[in-house]
Design a protein around this ligand. Structure first.
Ligand SMILES: [Zn+2]
Ligand SMILES: [Zn+2]
Ligand SMILES: [Zn+2]
Ligand SMILES: [Zn+2]
Length: 759
């Protein structure tokens, strides 16, 4: 009671509650609350509060494309809360994220508050730190309608394309399908790549490596054949390769030329949205969606014990590599203090703008407090947050550091008329590499000995290898982001949602980290390419992005942009409605009832299943797995139902395989546990190793007696023991081929998998 009174007293003096700050996320609200203190009331809108209605178009095409907004479902309570808080406040600061999306959220909030515009301000900051927040509050501004209009235009264009094309697809292909502006371009890129891969004809070629050593040395190195009679050589078949091998086998290998070169290796620019998505995908294996979710938490604030929530990184949706002067200064201080003066470059590094599209006065993604090193705050972070923060912190620090000096030695070695070449690099000064080593593995390991012109080397082994040229690889999430950025389709805020959408729609599936088009994706893409060439055209879509920039930066009239688009689009729509052929996507599966091929169909909710192409005479349907394969038939199992003792079968459900009781009146279901038949190696443990799934869906192998026994492995045990150390052997699955290896970290033992089918 006393506490309340006291608070009220302070309030009267300092006019508590007279300032209201509205942000879009509760976590952000908490972090800002800690900075601004009790004089400010902080409220969260929890994302957008108003949007176009879901059920109808919501754009008045005949009335200059006027959008019709409505309070989003479930948001009435928040709106009421915000309105009530606003009534009490004299000054309202709208503080959603510093981009067009945030500007639009601010504008929507302003529109629903019953307050004079003069008392509502927009404040903007790139990081949630005391300095940045206080500075923002000191410099409030009006809402920037140009930015709002750019966002509205994107929303309206997306809506027109989606809501006008999708019904045509429902009619001609199947229910529940959708088309989208940026999304359809992404699907097309993936389909085009697939066609290239399918059309690719591999070409044979050979390489010939010579393993060489100095006469008295055991240290050998490999030189590759590069020239014949001074001309670049191509070896196309075994016959040609054998000819070379026979000639050089008895030849003298003599060093003809040694070149020493010292070069600089520069650090990369600090992260922007696209590069962090790529790097986290490559280095940490995170999907772009996951990376953005983790980054958002780091930006909005992580609870750090007694210091409360702290915003650890700058805003994560950005295409600018700019670094603020303050951040540059503290980086210098940190680098000189921790690594020494020679690790800081003579002049501070400046990264030029990534592209002309760069939005606003943004900054790169960097740590807000450089002295919060990843190790020093590890205890407050989840392991995923730690790994991403470490990546951001190291990349930023490295970006401000001195270049590495690399000495490259290359040697040309002649044998008869053939020239072999070997090279290796040595780091003379590590520079930024001390923090962020971005070298490839084989770059680090290759080394050739000190060689002098005229040295005669001994040939230890000649190694001809057959190769075939490879088709271009499928896109991964990481390379798709790179390509979207390069062709100018989408913006930092759209990469992650676009990639999620095309997978959710069943147009693309992830196969071992690569994106493959489904039959449905290919069919819809073909129809769109034929009937809506502009919509799936990358440069048309990129051009539209530039026009959106023009609205935001140069106050171009947005209705005009939409008008210019809509005229021709309406024509194409009309034609497509008449001319688009009805298609049925036949599969290689046949109907179990009438034998006709099964066709891929979509339900009203957009999920796929197989339906007999003999419909309506035959109404057979078959469910599909997430990968659009027919759901496998029930498989027998050894399990007996605990409740009724009937046998159980393995069924396939939306979340994968599970066990179900065969007794219809029992309905017992159970998680399917894959047994390995291998006993737990822990002393005095009677458990068995079974397959399990981690919280994040990754498969691992653990003891069946968990939690009493916590023994676990990432790979499946073979049941055999390591001949070198006695630990369990496991099968390691990889693209390069499976192998059997020791499960002990200290032991390097491994062997090839015996594979009888290998020819
Ligand atoms: Zn049938
Ligand atoms: Zn049962
Ligand atoms: Zn055990
Ligand atoms: Zn071992």
């Amino acid at each position: 009671m006393a506490k309340t009174t006291k608070k009220k007293d302070t309030g009267e003096k300092k006019s508590s509650g007279k300032y209201l700050v509205i942000v879009e996320s509760p976590a952000k609200a908490k972090t800002i609350k800690k900075i601004l203190g009790d004089d400010y009331q902080i409220k969260a809108s929890v994302g957008h509060i108003r949007d176009l209605p879901a059920k109808v178009l919501g754009v008045d095409v005949k009335n200059n494309f006027e959008p019709v907004y409505e309070i989003m479902p479930g948001k009435d309570k928040v709106v009421k809360e915000l309105s009530e808080a606003a009534k009490e406040a004299d000054n309202i600061y709208l503080a959603p994220d510093p981009d067009r999306e945030g500007e639009a959220i601010a504008w929507h909030i302003q529109s629903i508050l019953d307050k004079p515009k003069e008392s509502i301000y927009r404040i903007e900051f790139n990081e949630i730190t005391k300095t940045a927040i206080l500075d923002a509050v000191k410099n409030p501004r009006a809402i920037d309608m140009n930015k709002v209009n750019a966002q509205q235009t994107r929303r309206i264009l997306d809506r027109l394309v989606g809501y006008k094309i999708s019904p045509i697809l429902w009619q001609k292909v199947g229910k529940g399908l959708s088309a989208g502006r940026v999304q359809s371009v992404a699907v097309r890129l993936i389909c085009d790549r697939e066609k290239e891969i399918e059309a690719f004809v591999p070409k044979e070629y050979w390489t010939i490596g010579a393993e060489l050593a100095k006469p008295k040395s055991t240290n050998s190195f490999v030189a590759e054949l590069t020239k014949f009679n001074g001309e670049k050589i191509e070896i196309n078949n075994e016959e040609e390769a054998t000819k070379v091998v026979n000639t050089v086998n008895d030849a003298e290998f003599k060093v003809a030329k040694v070149t020493n070169r010292e070069s600089k290796r520069n650090p990369q620019a600090p992260f922007i949205t696209s590069t962090i998505q790529r790097e986290a995908s490559t280095r940490l294996g995170y999907s772009v969606k996951k990376t953005m979710q983790i980054a958002q938490k780091l930006y909005e604030g992580i609870d750090m014990g007694s210091s409360g929530p702290v915003g650890l990184i700058t805003y994560m949706r950005t295409d600018s590599t700019r670094i603020s002067d303050e951040a540059k200064d503290s980086a210098k201080e940190y680098i000189v203090g921790h690594y020494g003066k020679n690790y800081y470059p003579e002049t501070p590094r400046v990264y030029i703008k990534k592209s002309k599209n760069t939005q606003d006065a943004h900054e790169a993604i960097r740590p807000t407090y450089i002295d919060k090193s990843p190790e020093s705050i590890k205890q407050y972070l989840s392991s995923e947050q730690y790994r991403l923060y470490k990546l951001i912190w190291e990349r930023f620090v490295a970006s401000q550091m001195e270049s590495a000096s690399v000495k490259t030695i290359s040697a040309e070695i002649e044998a008869e008329n053939y020239t072999f070449r070997a090279s290796s690099s040595k780091i003379v000064f590590d520079g930024f590499l001390i923090v962020y080593d971005d070298r490839e593995e084989d770059e680090k390991s290759k080394a050739i000995p000190e060689l002098t012109k005229g040295d005669v080397l001994k040939l230890k082994k000649i190694d001809p290898k057959q190769h075939f040229t490879q088709p271009p690889p499928r896109f991964s999430e990481a390379t798709l982001v790179k390509t979207l950025e390069e062709v100018g389709v989408g913006r930092p805020s759209t990469y992650a949602p676009t990639i999620a959408t095309i997978q959710d729609r069943g147009y693309v599936i992830k196969e071992e980290k690569t994106l493959a088009p489904t039959a449905l994706g290919k069919t819809v893409n073909e129809l769109l390419v034929k009937h809506f060439p502009n919509i799936v055209d990358a440069s048309f879509t990129a051009d539209m992005e530039t026009k959106l920039d023009d609205i935001a930066e140069n106050a171009v009239v947005w209705q005009q942009i939409i008008g210019n688009f809509y005229g021709p689009f309406a024509e194409v729509l009309k034609k497509a409605k008449e001319e688009m052929e009805k298609v049925s996507i036949l599969t290689e599966h046949n109907c179990t009832n009438c034998g006709k091929p099964m066709a891929l169909k979509s339900s009203r909710w957009g999920s796929q299943f197989l339906g007999c192409s003999g419909y309506p005479e035959c109404k057979t349907t078959m469910p599909l797995t997430k990968d659009q394969k027919p759901v496998p038939e029930d498989k027998p199992s050894d399990e007996i139902c605990e409740k009724c003792s009937s046998p159980m079968v393995i069924k396939y459900g939306p979340y994968g395989e599970y066990l179900a009781c065969t007794n219809d009146s029992c309905k017992t279901r159970k998680k399917l546990i894959k047994k390995t038949g291998v006993n737990c190696p822990q002393e005095n443990c009677a458990g068995e190793i079974v397959q399990k799934k981690s919280r994040y869906g990754k498969i691992f192998y653990g003891c069946s007696k968990y939690p009493d026994c916590t023994f676990a492995l990432w790979n499946e045990p073979t049941g055999d023991k390591c001949p070198e150390c006695g630990s369990m052997l496991v099968t390691k699955v990889s693209k390069a081929g499976n192998k059997i290896a020791c499960s002990s970290k200290e032991c390097k033992y491994q062997q090839a998998v015996e594979n009888s089918s290998q020819s």
